[in-house]
Design a protein around this ligand. Sequence first.
Ligand code: UTP
Length: 408
Amino acid sequence: MTIENAKKKLAEFGQEHLLRYYDTLSDESKAALLEQIDETDFSVVSHIADFGKNLGRGVFSPLAAMQRDEIVKREQEFREAGLKAIKDGKTAALLLAGGMGTRLGSDSPKGMFDIGETKHVYIFQRIIENLLDVVNETGTWIRLFIMTSEKNNDATVQFLKEHDFFGYREDRVCFFKQEMAPACDRNGKILLEAPDRLSTSPNGNAGWYASLMKAGLGHIFADEGIEWINLFGVDNVLQRICDPCFVGATIMADVSVGAKVVRKAAPDERVGVMCLEDGKPSIVEYYELSEEMMNARDENGDPAYNYGVILNYLFHVPALKAVADDKMPLHVVEKKIPYIDENGSLVKPESPNGFKFEQLVLDMIHQLDTCLPFEVIRENEFAPIKNATGVDSVESARALCKLNGIDL
Ligand code: UTP
């Protein structure tokens, strides 16, 4: 992109300040900045006007989950179907590890965090150990995709190599980077993180499918006959991955996606719950639940909106072709964004000073036709690490690991 074209594009979006240091830059830095301006979608900033809340929601209705009693009754047939699919190489695992983990407050990728007390127990290690349980049971090295971002890719790859992938076969692991989106201040002005670089943030965890395709890895599905992808987050250290029972139940239900869910701890728990929106599967956020929805009951007298998602989904690969990024809403998230000030000094804010823009996996679900919410026992499978202390923290996850006999 030429400097003239860059000026024109920036003027269109009121972002001319991004060339503030241009004249002081080396030729190489000038070219890098112009390339970034060329590639950046500045239109995202317009979403701060309604703070991303005006997401145009439809009419909600309940979506029944497959509950524990039915799962226990049919466990044998589900497990057999799941084990067969895994042994036939039809399932892959995909770890979403592109997030910034800012709430945890560590500068390193979240998966490198050590939750051990008497020995090292890294989050990545816990995840791989869980996946290895299924590898050992099936004698099948499940393909593991790991999504990183430009900000944490090198550290992640290096860490896993240094630890010999915690016993996983390196040739069964594929890394790819997700896309970035610009980050702006409270007035919608995109910030600079260096004189020749706009501030950016990973574009949300829904970016995984487009980024995987862009990385040229899509052919692996066809080459290896992968039909199902188990997508999961980095933070849940009790996560079961490619769990044969869940895989079998989802395949037998013949749906586009299976979603592991947990029973809500309280009607007003701050968790997104599975439902239908205009007749299609969806997730309603806790702040969108009306009083009426909170009190609604199913035919057994149980709360009708009662199953929270835990970011563990099994996607049917053919169904993913229908997902269109441009139909997914953009979420505006408050964030601490490091930036350089008028004097060219780097500032690391103590509290949120602007916004990042994300598309979320939960909005992908709404683009699919059918979903099986599959109940799992919270204490056994859900130990998220979001914060350093308190709710969903290192402390609470440690306690849950111990409850499940995991040595820390
Ligand atoms: P979170 O919603 O917890 O976001 O991600 P985060 O960025 O990791 O953490 P905070 O909000 O800054 O504290 C849930 C899962 O989605 C992944 C994360 O790595 C985590 O596994 N994720 C999130 C991505 O892979 N990319 C993203 O852009 C955002």
